[in-house]
Design a protein around this ligand. Structure first.
Ligand SMILES: NC(=O)c1ccc[n+]([C@@H]2O[C@H](COP(=O)([O-])OP(=O)(O)OC[C@H]3O[C@@H](n4cnc5c(N)ncnc54)[C@H](O)[C@@H]3O)[C@@H](O)[C@H]2O)c1
Length: 434
């Protein structure tokens, strides 16, 4: 195989735009600014710290991923965002309480300079939230056009050659796909008619993809996973990916469950409960927003364990997920898992996990990696759903509604093999010397 690659180089500045400038987004900005200043290493980021093996084992070639594929350099990144709350990124980060003030002080000036553009926001989709920094428009098409204008203006003012958008906004209320979502035509008619089934995140997605900008969805609500947006992404040659950043308890589930299954250990029950006190927790206190999260969290075990193929082990699994809003904990979530497993001759065993987790600390490197990989995919001419980025999502979006892959290790293999293929290197199969 030749090592020649045809991916366009990452020349010029990359703008990372986040609808939503809350805990996750501001922790991402702060982390990247701190990394650029040499204050902290990029822990948790595959694009910055991960290596990839190339060729046969005997060759011992293991470059850093960022030296193997032409990713944007962190020094070329600029940030922007939209939020109904008009705090700048420093104020929002202080309010979110994820990072200690002494970590924000050295980067205060850069964070204060990131001010939210006015948002497309509608309280019907996020009940437990309100803010003054909201666009007004004659209809939803007008709102989408205002977002497109913001995008253009940001690009010019910041002298960016490319942009990517990562949704870091609150979880919107649960909805099923409706008629208006079925095609580009029905969706565009719906924008003009103010169809109530079109949510704000879908308006941002429409604006981005119309402008040719990759869009990744970090929340569990419907956004780029509706037929109209998928068709538009295909038509405009734009990569999309989703949904719901894989952090915390679900990350652990997709690490542990593949292990139990590999060793053919049975599962009767998996009870997960969380307390968290950040704004995300407050939004999820609303049953409609929680419903979006619940659907996304519950799906992972089913696809990993395949109870239809392994009925003796998994058909009676009782899986329950609870999230409780508990303000004193702020962003420092505590998640408990009680796992009832069984082994040889059906003897039961129990595993208890108490995860003192920092959700946004786990989410921030995902935002960075997604932004860099979506930009890479775009320069490599990829369009539509980017399944190879399933690694980062609780509820990975798939092509043609195929069953998603939730096993973290298979997801990692798929991601790395995709990069190898793009760079004309052979996939690693672990057969013989490979
Ligand atoms: N923290 C994690 O580890 C994690 C993991 C998976 C998914 N998520 C999802 O990521 C999203 C962000 O999480 P967070 O902890 O930063 O929440 P947060 O509440 O701190 O921030 C969300 C921000 O989005 C803003 N917002 C709401 N609607 C908006 C709109 N229409 N346009 C622009 N901004 C809007 C809110 O004002 C808020 O500032 C949530 O949907 C959450 O469920 C987070």
């Amino acid at each position: 195989m030749s090592n020649e690659n045809t991916i366009e180089e990452a020349n010029g500045k990359l703008g990372i735009l986040t609808p939503g400038m809350g805990a996750v987004a501001t922790t991402t900005y702060a982390g990247i600014i701190s990394i650029k200043k040499g204050i902290s290493p990029p822990i948790g980021s595959l694009t910055q710290m991960g290596h990839i093996r190339i060729g046969d084992r005997s060759e011992d070639r293991q470059p850093l991923i960022k030296d193997f594929v032409p990713l944007a350099n962190l020094d070329d990144i600029v940030f922007g965002g939209w939020d109904p709350i008009d705090d700048n990124a420093y104020e929002a980060a202080m309010r979110a309480g994820v990072l200690e003030p002494h970590h924000l002080q050295p980067i205060r000036e850069e964070m204060e300079a990131i001010k939210p553009m006015s948002a497309v926001f509608d309280q019907r989709w996020v009940k437990n939230l309100d803010g003054p920094n909201v666009k007004k428009g004659v209809n939803k098409l007008d709102l989408a056009e205002q977002i497109m204008h913001d995008i253009e203006q940001f690009k010019t003012e910041n002298n960016c050659s490319r942009l990517v958008i990562v949704w870091c906004g609150s979880t919107e209320a649960h909805q099923e796909i409706q008629e208006v979502h079925q095609s580009i035509e029905t969706f565009e008619a719906g924008l003009k008619n103010d169809d109530p089934a079109i949510s704000p995140s879908q308006i941002y997605a429409y604006a981005a993809i119309t402008k040719g900008i990759p869009f990744a969805n970090g929340a569990p609500n419907l956004s780029v996973d509706i037929p109209a947006i998928i068709q538009l992404a295909e038509k405009n040659n734009v990569p999309i990916a989703g949904k719901d950043f894989k952090t915390g308890q679900t990350l652990l589930k997709t690490i542990l469950a593949p292990g139990f299954k590999s060793r053919l250990l049975g599962l009767n029950g998996w009870f997960s409960t969380n307390i968290l006190g950040n704004r995300d927790g407050e939004v999820l206190d609303d049953p409609d927003s929680f419903k979006s999260k619940e659907v996304s969290k519950l799906g992972v075990l089913e696809t990993i364990l395949q109870p239809d193929k392994y009925p003796d082990l998994y058909k009676d699994l009782y899986h329950k997920v609870r999230i409780n809003y508990y303000p004193p904990r702020r962003d420092n979530k505590e998640g408990w898992d009680n796992i009832d497993i069984f082994g040889w001759m059906q003897y039961p065993m129990q595993i208890k996990i108490d995860f003192l987790c920092r959700d946004s600390i786990l989410a921030a490197p995902i935002v960075l990696d997604l932004a860099l990989f979506m930009d890479l995919a775009n320069r490599n001419g990829q369009k539509g759903v980017q399944e190879w980025l399933s690694f980062y999502f609780k509820s990975p979006q798939t092509i043609d509604n195929l069953t998603p892959e939730n096993d973290l290790f298979i997801q990692q293999t798929k991601l790395k093999n995709t990069l190898r293929l793009w760079m004309n290197e052979k996939p690693v199969t672990h057969i013989d010397n490979n």
